[in-house]
Ligand binder design. Sequence first.
Ligand code: PLP
Length: 494
Amino acid sequence: MNRTSPVYNLNEPLIFEQSSPGKAAYSLPPLDVEDTPVEEILEPGLIRQEIRGFPEVSEVEIIRHYTRMSTWNYHIDLGMYPLGSCTMKYNPRLNERTARMPRIAMVHPMQEAALSQGNLKLIHRLQECLQELTGLDAVTLQPAAGSQGEMVGILMVRAHHEAQQRQRRYVLIPDSAHGTNPASAAIAGYQVVSIPSDSSGRIDIRVLRERMNQDVACLMLTNPNTLGIFESRIEEISRIVHDQGGLIYMDGANFNALMGYARPGDMGIDVLHLNLHKTFSTPHGGGGPGCGAVACRDLLAPYLPSPVIERDGSGYRANPDRPHSVGPVHAFHGNFGMMVRALTYILTCGGSGLKQITETAVLNANYIRARLQEYFHLPYPTPSMHEAVFSDKTLEPFGVKTLDVAKQLIDEGFHPPTIYFPLIVRGAMMIEPTESESKAELDAFVDAMIRIYHRAREDADAAHEAPRLAKRTRLDETRAARRPVLRWTPEEEA
Ligand SMILES: *Cc1c(COP(=O)(O)O)cnc(C)c1O
């Protein structure tokens, strides 16, 4: 191993390989009482036997091992993260400060309402902010993710139709939708009917008219959609659906393209989810605690998950007494720490700041679109909102594909964009810079993409070999997904 090489950290051995017998991460002073064998104090069942293959290392070895491995991660504090649809924006440090304030962080959710008024007020204030931003009447912050918010929204739609004594069977979903949309509809017991996109990348209204009828519970629409395109005929769409007694669910994951400029409530949307970890700058956290707020019209408010946080005289309370609710979907109020962070973000930016965020997110996406369109194919000519979707068509003559572009970006020091999604674009590269990035960072990214384009023409083999500088080079991804090896045992090593 070459200790002076920049990839030295990448060659960190397994901790098992660094083990040597007798090493420990602690040292205790010599005993000053009589030594009593553990068997005399504890029952045999309570005494841990030797763990086979357990690594024995010193404190400094443990610390260095994990610190070195932590440097393998790409993260938003290291550089741009252009994952389309995921909205990987910077997580401001101020959010972390407020979320860690002991009076906010240490309150137990079962503490009496009289003793947690401040925290309840905080939740209520965030609900109000989201109502104002969406133009809708009520909000729950209980769902832990956007996908869970979708499920809650569709269950509320179902509860509404059941209350009308009219069970409907179908949910209409455009073919550009995120995979969680049909999954949520199916979990709620609906059959999914797909609506194609037209040549501008928007929902085909002619087909929507044909497929909309009184057996359709709702249209599930992403706006702007996953091509980064605004559904400009949203009012007409909403009339078509409402005329047949259906509702409109909006996937609001891309709300950073609208915030402060357009309100879904004004577009005829009945219910939507927002991803606080996208638009409102809370951490994405690898499947960890998140918040997929759901906002709805008064019509659907009785079905919101319990409890809801509401005003109680001059104070606030969590009201569990809601007979029509779809029920709780998370312990207590949801992931409170995320609400603190999101509210901090909203209040720090203020109304004009939130508008500026939207402007910058859209400007940044269009800047990338304008600078790259000479090199990479744009399947839809429609201007972008918060993200731009390219395809690998211009690289086809050289035998270079989207996957090769993504892997080369790793060697260029960038996280790859979202690839092969949306499914309706062959070889899709979906790039969302967010408002966090400066022009210098955007230019560095674009320059890397242009280098990759030229390399495809000049040296396709090099493109196929990337990444060369990463911990692992090109993997057999299918095999890694189907036959993952997740456990290390000393026998396998031998
Ligand atoms: C991220 C995303 C979702 C799912 O949200 P999670 O919080 O990841 O569960 C749904 N729809 C779209 C368009 C998204 O981008």
